[in-house]
Ligand binder design. Sequence first.
Ligand code: ATP
Length: 282
Amino acid sequence: MTNNFHIPENHPRAESLRIREKLIEGFERGLVALAGLIAHGRGECFDYILGEKTLPFAFEAEKAAVAMMLLSKNPVISVNGNVAALCADEIVKFAKTVDAKVEVNLFYRSLKREAKIAEILKNKGLEVILGVGCEASSEIPNLSSLRRKVSPKGIFLADTVLLAIEDGDRTEALRKMGKNVIAIDLNPFSRTALWASITIVDNVVRALPNMIKIAENLRFEDRFKLKSILTSYNNCENLCKIVDFMCRRLKIFAEKGLLKPNMTSKIEVLEKRIISEIIGER
Ligand code: ATP
């Protein structure tokens, strides 16, 4: 923890504080950009509205995403500073489970930061890390930021790119190149969320461990089964369900006055009812 900051186990927001501390530590080690801390705050706000848990709709997207990764010829995981600081272990484990390449790609690009992120991933057991320095010698068309520079063996060649905690320009540009994009983004209204082929509205710290477990179960399934998971998934409908859940959850707070801290169990009962109504309705 930074500056020996101690988070009491019984603190009601202990997990959220631990995540913040990881990012601050990542910032101090030169992995995370200052703007990355602000981007995290935007995510936290949406996570609060979601109830800080994986919704069944997000889990469905995670399952479809794993099926897509397993079906792809050249799946690539794009890693930025926030993702490296929050879940380097999980990135390495997931990449190995679905046999994907890993590429560093940064909005605030600097060789020093790229090398630091690559070093972290290497220390976690990943042998090849693409996109560092002049290895990123190909360009994504119609993208002005430095993230246009990508590895010819990685994102440029990929049929599917998994990315998290990103703004929308690159997702749009990748989709226009004909690639599948899987985005982990807590904001269902972001351009990334709207442009992605599969949008996982979940915190990356919950999504990746879920996806590792799903991948461990699905990796030996035949392509027919994987294709059926993918074809029965509809991203647009899934996003609607998430937004529907958010609206209804906010509505019960507004109408029933559930803002007192001791109302947790009552909220949980109501949330379950909302979820089963949404699942039943469509
Ligand atoms: P867009 O251009 O796609 O509309 P944006 O401008 O909001 O997006 P950024 O400011 O780069 O993009 O923010 C990154 C996105 O990552 C935000 O949508 C935020 O909700 C999301 N985010 C932040 N932290 C997390 C996290 N831990 N897990 C998943 N998503 C996150």
